[in-house]
Design a protein around this ligand. Structure first.
Ligand code: HEM
Length: 211
């Protein structure tokens, strides 16, 4: 679990200016506001944790953690949300709720990408997972193009899926932690169809995940 926390905490460190407590002076209630929105939502719908974890993953894997996944398509423009793998991403309304509350107390200050990161952490905590500090100060991206969306699909072999993670700087171990430790059922669904083809790699993963 410690490894998963480290990955979740540092996954978004794409820019050097991030720091823990980035909003301490500009919006001191930023983190507590997100926390109370998530606690309230979790009490009504505990599946918000799964929704936010997936949203965070789908946002960060495409051009970094820049909240470009939140940009809604219009009649004339498509966005990342229009891409196939994102059609079933949930939880946009809870991020909108946190953003509205934050705009009311500190307008134009807290980025949506920080809200996603904080909200995901808080949802993990609500689910009984560990707490961890998150460096903040991300800036939201303006580019949101469905053609940029390249995410691993459920029919990939392990080696093909691993390629996606390696391209983002993750190791096999990181992939195992992300997929196995928290999402055993997820993992079984993804791995079993390709088990025979990738038996050697699967054995490595099974060994790693047991350690
Ligand atoms: C090889 C990599 C991955 C593949 C192929 C994959 C594929 C999928 C698929 C097909 C679904 C079901 C979507 C639907 O219901 O339509 C799903 C759901 C989900 N995925 Fe992944 N995923 C991967 C990696 C990850 C990672 C790294 C995370 C988290 C860090 C994650 C978190 C989740 C969660 C929490 C759900 C359930 C979302 C919900 O309940 O709304 N996935 N994934």
């Amino acid at each position: 679990m410690k490894a998963l926390v480290l990955i979740l905490a540092f996954l978004p460190l794409t820019l050097a200016t991030l720091q823990v407590g980035f909003y301490a002076t500009t919006c001191p209630k930023a983190e507590s506001t997100v926390q109370s929105v998530i606690a309230n939502r979790f009490s009504k719908d505990p599946t918000v944790t799964a929704a936010l974890l997936r949203m965070y993953f789908h946002d960060c894997f495409v051009n970094g953690c820049d909240a470009s996944l939140l940009i809604a398509p219009t009649n004339s423009t498509q966005s990342e949300r229009s891409a196939g793998p994102n059609l079933t991403v949930r939880g946009f309304d809870v991020i909108d709720e946190a953003k509205s509350k934050l705009e009311a107390i500190c307008p134009n200050t807290v980025s949506c990408s920080d809200i996603i990161a904080l909200a995901t952490r808080d949802a993990v905590v609500q689910s009984g997972g560990p707490n961890y500090t998150i460096p903040t100060g991300r800036r939201d991206g303006l580019r949101s193009d469905p053609n940029d969306v390249s995410l691993p699909g459920p029919s990939l072999t392990i080696s093909e899926a691993l390629q996606f993670f390696i391209e983002k700087g993750f190791s096999l171990n990181d992939m195992v932690v992300l997929l196995v430790v928290q999402f055993k059922s997820h993992w079984i669904r993804i791995v079993l169809p390709s088990w025979t083809k990738t038996h050697h790699l699967s054995s490595t993963i099974a060994t790693t995940s047991n350690s």
